[in-house]
Ligand binder design. Structure first.
Ligand code: MN
Length: 230
């Protein structure tokens, strides 16, 4: 049967591959670095939790080049969150921690951009975070580096600078739950599939940007992405 209109397929480039990575779901982990949980007044021993962003909120950012990132409508407090993203090449249910990394195709540098004013407003009202977390273009992401080339990053730096000033500077080893533990946990609630992405949480130091700001986010071994807020 023909479609009424062209379906949207969100794809991401893969370093060293002619084929692109077709994105499926975008899972995100909340409060996965203790110091970031504390900066919002939460207990750093709370288990992490998950939310989703729309797949078409992904904004593919080429490595190196300065890419324009549109400031979204409906907010006056738009925050950066630098994150390591795991891109799954194999799915499954009830995946054990010990073999969870076998399901990861590769990794990328990502940003979980957030309308912090709306996230807080709705959280205070015990309402969903959707308007805070799911803005169009709110998931900028660099190219995917295959784990076959870069391994499984567990201890490198994770950093974000705004206009050349370091705002977030932490180690991946400071995650409360590792990527393997995230996959194991998630797969107990959802069947995971190839193409699923997991934004693995942000360290402390999040803050706002305004039009004209230049954000540079990097994870050790995965290069850097550069965005100009417009
Ligand atoms: Mn986040």
């Amino acid at each position: 049967m023909p479609h009424l209109f062209a379906p949207t397929l969100t794809t991401l480039p893969v370093v060293g591959h002619a084929e692109t990575f077709p994105a499926r779901r975008v899972y995100c982990v909340g409060r996965n670095y203790a110091a970031h949980a504390r900066e919002f007044g939460n207990d750093d021993r709370d288990p992490p939790f998950f939310f989703l962003k729309p797949t078409d909120s992904l904004q593919a950012i080429p490595m190196g080049a300065l890419t324009e990132h549109p400031y979204p409508q409906g907010t006056s407090n738009y925050h950066f969150e630098i994150e390591l993203v795991a891109a799954l090449g194999r799915g499954g249910k009830n995946i054990p921690v010990a073999t969870a990394l076998d399901h990861v195709f590769g990794y990328a540098v990502g940003l979980d951009m957030t309308r912090r004013d709306l996230q807080r407003q709705f959280a205070d009202q015990k309402k969903p975070w959707t308007l805070g977390k799911c803005a169009d273009h709110s998931a900028p992401i660099g190219p995917i580096h295959p784990a076959s080339s870069v391994g499984h990053p567990t201890d490198g730096f994770i950093r974000l600078a705004v206009n050349g000033e370091m705002k977030q500077d932490a180690r991946l080893s400071a995650m409360t739950w590792s990527v393997a533990e995230q996959i194991a946990h998630l797969s107990g609630f959802f069947e995971l599939f190839p193409g699923d992405l997991i934004f693995s949480g942000t360290p402390e130091g999040v803050g706002p940007v305004v039009a004209g700001d230049i954000m540079e986010g990097a994870v050790e071994g995965l290069g850097a992405i550069r965005l100009k807020v417009v």
